[in-house]
Every structure is written in C-alpha cells, then in structure tokens.
Design a protein around this ligand. Structure first.
Ligand SMILES: NC(=O)c1ccc[n+]([C@@H]2O[C@H](COP(=O)([O-])OP(=O)(O)OC[C@H]3O[C@@H](n4cnc5c(N)ncnc54)[C@H](O)[C@@H]3O)[C@@H](O)[C@H]2O)c1
Length: 441
C-alpha cells in the first residue's frame, strides 16, 4: 500500500455546466432526475454501478466505486448550460424536442427540467454551418465572449450557492481545425491570437479557456479542437485545472475498441473494416456538413491503427483498409443504426467475415459518460490533479494525451488505467494480476 492522496471533501453542491443543451445533455440531466426520483436506473455509469477489486483475490475486498472514492452524489448536482435556440429555453422543452426519452417520462420530471434554463451561447455559424441560431450572445470579440462566459459561470455558482463546478462540452461538432498554426503552440502566442480575434479560434475553445480561468475542469465530448492543443495544456498546468477529451466513445467506436483488441490478442488478421451508419438527430444534421464530418472522421479513424499497429504486424494488418461513413437520415432520429463489415483472416490466411448491426440509441449511450466525466473530473480537481487526465481515456474516441505519447484506445487497457488511478488515489496496491498461484506461499 502507498499513502493515499489528500482529497478535498465533496462538500456542498457541484455545478455541472454543459455548453449545448441538446439530445445528449437533456438525456443526461433527465436521466439523473429520473434516478433521483426512483423511476430509472443509471445503467452504463461506472460511478453509479461499477465496482473494482481491491487487494488480492482471496481478500475479497471488492468495492463499489462510489463507496471507494469520495464523489458527489446525484442529490448534490446542479445543472446549467448554454444553447442557441430561443424556441427551447429550458431543459424540458429541449428534451421534448430532442425526442430521445418518452414523453410520459419527461412529463413526470417536468418541474425539475423546466427550472433549468439555458443561457445564450457564444456561437458562430461559420463553424457549425447547418444550424441557424435564434438566441446568442451579442459579443464582438473573443475577449468579450470569454468575459461573458466567465461572468455566466460566476453567476451560476453564486445563484446556486455552489462550492465547485465542472464543464462538459455537449455542443455540436464544429468544422475541422488542425492545431497546426503557430497560435496553438504555446500560451503566449495563443493569447495574442485571442487579442487579435484570430478566426481559427472556435467558440468551443473560448468556452474551454473561460472554464479554466474560472478554475472549472473542462472535458470535451465532441471531436472539435476545443482544449486539445499545447497552449491549452500549458494553461491547464499554469492554472492547475484538469482537462480531458475528446469525443464520447459510444456506438461504433465503442464496438471497435472492444473487438479489435480481441482479434489482435488472438493474432487474427484484419484486411478491412467498413463502418457506416444512419442517424437522424440534430447531430446527424450537423455532421451532414462535410467540414463537421471531417472533424468526426479524423476522430474515428485513429482507433484501429493504434490498437493494431500495422507497422509491427505487417502480415496481419499491413493491408488494413479502414473506412468510416456517417449518413444523415431523418426518419431514424436518435435511433442510430450502425453496420460494420469486418474482413478477417485466420490460419493460412483463410478469409472470414463478421457483420455487426448495432441498433443503438446515441444519447442513451452518451448520457452515463457525461455523468461519470463530471464526477471524475471533479474528483481529479479535489485530488490536486491537473493538466490532461489521460486516465479518463476510457470515455473518449480520440483520447487526449501528452504530445510525446500515443493515445491508448483498447477499452480494457483504458479501464485498467482508470481503476489503477482510483486505487492509487486511495493508497491501495495497483493490480497487476501477478498474484498468488496455487503452489505459491
Ligand atoms: N452518442 C452520442 O450521442 C455522441 C457520441 C460522441 C460525440 N457526440 C457529440 O456530442 C455533441 C452533442 O451531441 P447531441 O446528439 O446532443 O447533439 P445535439 O445537436 O442534439 O445538441 C448539440 C447542441 O449544441 C448546441 N450548440 C452548438 N454550438 C453551440 C455553442 N457554441 N454553444 C452552445 N450550444 C451550442 C446546438 O444548438 C445543439 O442544441 C455533438 O458534438 C456530438 O458529435 C455525441
């Protein structure tokens, strides 16, 4: 055992701030309210349902994660956020519009959900072409936008008498922006670019900057650049605030990071992996714009290459052809259908095929991730952790990590890292599975 880390208590209330009050956010908030009201279960959430092993197997000390580390309980979460639509000014109307949860469930939660009003957003249509805003902040410079967001955060904390807050980006996917210009390289050039209203700084970057300045941990659920560049890493170190990202790992990529490590473990070859899906929610509509799709495509494509390492295994993966398609198809709404065709190779290079047809619900898969990220990012902050929280890679399609590392995509490696981080925080031995064997003393 090592010494446990000193963790500040989860006292008072925790604010959960969400840029983007759309399908994912409202499904998350309504879900938490349903659990609190005893009419739903937090399925898919590690913080609420998961347990982990402590010590040797013969000690039988397994514990629920929420009993092991000090997290805020659901009763002490307070929700807030921003959006661009005057037509859906609160969480109830936005949830009805998103059409994910049944009307009968939303009606039972109407009082709580109607109280959560969204704040006018910092938005620029140039970066999300397929949405037409009806209520955004009247700001003319990056600095004004940041000041307005910071003042929203402070007011939200004051009005709700909050001890702490975290922010999870649940806004639309913005157009692709590579962090290749000098302005992203370090904090001083980035801040000069802010002063000069550089057009390559997207709204999600302004939210992240405002959050860090207010000592609010920031996690990015979309594939946008947002907090994923060296200047922002530097800021998160300077201000000692945790950041994490990016792009919630939900449908097809979740499947990929479950299956690909299994094929690789058994040395099965993969010749091709074709993924296509149809979805009809607003996210699908946004991704119908090629520039937003490009952001998503880049996020989805890295996964197989890192898990399979074709350069190290040319006989098995040297010819891998990986294709990802997303098709906007309104009749399906949030009920996405994802097809995967996987061409695999076995003994003596004999070909086989695997087909997956995943009829999933996008936001139902994403909602528990938002909850876990909010609680774990706050835990990180109370434990004195700051900078990139790579131990939360488990939740992301495109995990942010230190620039000199490659990201970990294998779901089981990610889970191991997450659990060992929790053990380490609490001064427990890390689990290596090199334990007692039958004949060992
Ligand atoms: N399974 C999933 O649902 C899943 C998985 C991975 C990533 N994501 C990402 O999560 C995000 C949310 O998904 P969703 O299905 O809720 O989409 P959605 O379209 O229902 O909600 C996004 C909301 O963000 C708002 N918005 C856009 N720009 C904004 C800004 N600058 N400030 C404030 N609000 C803004 C939009 O008006 C919209 O209401 C998307 O970027 C999506 O790509 C979702």
């Amino acid at each position: 055992m090592t010494n446990p880390v000193e963790i500040k208590p989860a006292s008072g209330k925790l604010g959960v701030l969400l840029p983007g009050i759309g399908a994912v956010s409202t499904t998350f908030i309504a879900g938490v309210e349903a659990v609190k009201a005893g009419i739903g279960k937090p399925i898919g959430s590690l913080t609420q349902m998961g347990s982990l092993r402590l010590g040797k197997r013969n000690e039988q000390r397994d514990s629920k994660i929420k009993d092991f580390v000090p997290l805020y309980d659901l009763e002490n979460l307070v929700f807030g956020g921003w959006d661009i639509f005057a037509e859906y000014p609160d969480c109830y109307s936005a949830a009805v519009n998103a059409g994910v949860l049944e009307q009968s469930l939303l009606d039972q939660l109407k009082d709580q959900l109607s109280e959560i009003k969204s704040m006018p957003a910092v938005f620029n249509q140039k970066y999300v072409k397929n949405l037409n805003p009806t209520r955004i902040k009247d700001v003319t410079s990056h600095r004004d936008a940041i000041d307005a967001l910071r003042s929203d955060i402070r007011n939200f904390k004051e009005t709700n008498n909050l001890e702490r807050a975290v922010m999870v980006w649940c806004g639309s996917t913005e157009t692709f922006q590579a962090p290749d210009s000098d302005i992203f390289e370090n904090l001083s050039s980035f801040e000069k670019a802010l002063d000069n209203d550089d057009p390559s700084i997207l709204p999600s970057v302004l939210y992240a900057y405002a959050a860090l300045q207010e000592d609010v941990p920031y996690a990015n659920g979309a594939p946008n650049l947002s907090a994923d560049f060296p200047a922002m890493y530097e800021l998160s170190h300077k201000l000692k605030v945790p950041i994490a990202g990016k792009d919630f790992k939900t449908g097809q990529t979740l499947m990929k990071t479950i299956l690909a490590p299994g094929f690789k473990a058994r040395m099965l070859g993969i010749e091709g992996w074709f993924s296509t899906n149809i979805l009809g929610n607003r996210d699908g509509e946004v991704l119908d714009d090629p520039e937003s799709f490009k952001t998503k495509e880049v996020s989805k494509l890295g996964v197989l290459e890192q898990i399979l390492k074709p350069e190290e295994n040319p006989d098995l993966y040297g010819d891998l052809y990986h294709k990802v398609r997303i098709n906007y198809y309104p009749p399906r709404g949030d009920d996405k259908e994802g097809w995967d065709n996987i061409d695999i190779r076995g003994w003596l290079n004999y070909p086989m095929q695997i087909k997956i047809d995943f009829l999933c619900k996008d936001s139902i898969l994403a909602a528990p991730i938002v909850l876990d990220l909010a609680l774990f990012m706050d835990l990180a902050s109370r434990s004195g952790k700051y900078g990139i929280q790579e131990w939360l890679s488990f939740y992301f399609k495109s995990p942010t990590c230190k620039p000199d590392l490659y990201p970990l995509h294998d779901l089981f490696v990610q889970k191991n890292k997450l659990e060992n981080t929790l053990r380490d925080l609490m001064g427990e031995d890390l689990i290596t599975n090199l334990g007692l064997d039958y004949y060992d003393e």
